[in-house]
Design a protein around this ligand. Structure first.
Ligand code: SF4
Ligand code: SF4
Length: 383
């Protein structure tokens, strides 16, 4: 089987194994690969150092896989029938990004791509065939190849948007030495819309199609390992893992179809959990609840850090007892953000307690945090 017949069979099989969309692009560099270098130079990748490794490989998949001729991009819809995060306005609960409600997508995607790859090997039956699958497992700019495979256009919110399904999709690809029939990228259908840019609470979409990760709540709550910059915390609201606002407001997601994949239904922690319950989780409980969830990436300390920020933003003094407990947590990252949350809820009334903590907590991160709080408080009083 050759060319267009083989391409059609591969696409048919991709849908049969459960993908919602599939397309093929040539294994070469595109203008967006070039822009990635500029994006890095502007510092928009923040502390995601892994993005700066292997720049030549990110430049084109042909640098990663020299024999590559085609990229088969597959997309899996993860939209379940639960409300958008913008409807989750109860400050006692935390907002979690839709993609993280259910099981970790990596294993689901890998299972389907492996099945597709086995099919290709059987049909082609060529020992020289060189094909590899990727799901965030290498320096592949998957959105670029998805665009040129016809999966969707790059929205101004930087997500790949499909006209029928919207942007709630996971992407994965098989890079292969096969010469396949390629698809064409769809037109940009954002038009004059700017809803995502206008709705972003931290101004992270610095210009259409360009995201500054340093300002993005998804980066701050998932990828950032240390203290969250003080000036960005209020904009985080009750987001405790990721942010969907720029996708929630996108009109192309208004009629998004529901997924056929049961693994993306909310797991044990649910899709809008009570902050107090999560804040009291031990390390073992965290590991148990989030073992198969994307949330494990934040680790217990990162999640509790985010929960402290959400509690501080809630204006709800019922959180004060649980925040006080967190002031003595074993993880300094949690103690530091608990100090901020206490100050946000109690204001002047928290200063004596924070000074006491400063007197006995020897961790530099906690000390730096409390000193910053005291400085900001004094300067606000002077002005
Ligand atoms: S994910 Fe949230 S913070 Fe990031 S760009 Fe979108 S709306 Fe802004
Ligand atoms: S909200 Fe509007 S501008 Fe933003 S990605 Fe969607 S269609 Fe494009």
């Amino acid at each position: 089987m050759e060319g267009s017949g083989l391409s059609a069979s591969i696409k048919e099989k991709a849908i049969a194994v459960g993908f919602d969309l599939v397309g093929i692009s040539p294994a070469r560099s595109f203008p967006e690969n070039q822009f990635f270098k500029v994006w890095l130079e502007r510092g928009y990748a923040a502390e995601m150092g892994y993005m700066e490794r292997n720049p030549a490989r990110r430049h084109s998949v042909s640098n990663l896989e020299p024999e590559a001729r085609s990229v088969i991009s597959c997309a899996l819809n993860y939209n379940t029938a639960h409300p958008h995060s913008i409807e989750r306005t109860d400050g006692r609960k935390g907002r979690i990004s839709r993609y993280a409600w259910g099981e970790d997508y990596h294993s689901v995607m890998e299972g389907k791509l492996t099945e597709l790859l086995e099919f290709i090997k059987t049909v082609v039956n060529d020992k020289q065939l060189n094909s590899r699958l990727y799901v965030d497992t290498g320096p592949v700019l998957d959105r670029v190849y998805a665009k040129y495979a016809g999966i969707g256009w790059f929205g101004k919110n930087t997500c790949v948007i499909n006209q029928q399904i919207g942007s709630w999709i996971f992407l994965g690809e098989i890079i292969t030495s096969l010469e396949l029939q390629c698809d064409v990228p769809p037109p940009d259908r954002c038009g004059t819309c700017t809803r995502c840019i206008d709705a972003c609470p931290t101004g992270a979409i610095v210009e259409p199609y360009v995201l500054d990760s340093r300002l993005c709540i998804s980066y701050l709550t998932i990828e950032l390992r240390g203290r969250i910059p003080l000036e960005l915390r209020e904009g985080m609201g009750n987001h405790i893992f990721g942010c969907d606002i720029c996708q929630d407001v996108c009109p192309w997601n208004g009629k998004a179809k529901l997924t056929r994949e049961g693994s993306f239904e909310p797991g044990e922690a649910g899709d809008n959990p009570e902050l107090s319950a999560l804040a009291r989780m031990s390390r073992d409980e965290f590991d148990d609840v989030f073992m198969n969830s994307p949330i494990k990436r934040a680790k217990r300390g990162g999640l509790l850090r985010n929960i402290m920020v959400a509690m501080g933003n809630s204006g709800d003094k019922e959180f004060v007892p649980v925040i006080r407990e967190a002031l003595y947590d074993g993880d300094p990252l949690v103690r530091a953000h608990a100090a901020w949350a206490l100050w946000k809820l109690e204001g002047e009334g928290a200063l004596e307690e924070l000074s006491t903590v400063l007197g006995h907590d020897g961790d530099p991160l906690v000390r730096e945090e409390i000193e910053d709080i005291l400085r900001v408080h004094r300067s606000a009083q002077r002005s």
